[in-house]
Design a protein around this ligand. Sequence first.
Ligand SMILES: [Zn+2]
Length: 86
Amino acid sequence: MSHPHRPGEPTCRQVFELLSEFVDGELAQPEHESLSRHLEACPPCEEFLKTFQVARALCRESLLQKMPDELKDRLRCFLRDQIKKI
Ligand SMILES: [Zn+2]
């Protein structure tokens, strides 16, 4: 990681793990807020959030109500591979 994280703040890895729940608004308020703070301060995570939101929007346009689990898993694997390169 190229930037420090304060104790109690989520790491990039945790942000990726929780990204779909975050986007779907399924996180508890404190978790949601700490992820928001991380995303604002961490450009790579912000990029991944955008990628995730675009993928979800495409699913919406295809008249799918929710992102299929398979796609969600694939996206998660993709993001996990990406974070190894940071
Ligand atoms: Zn991050």
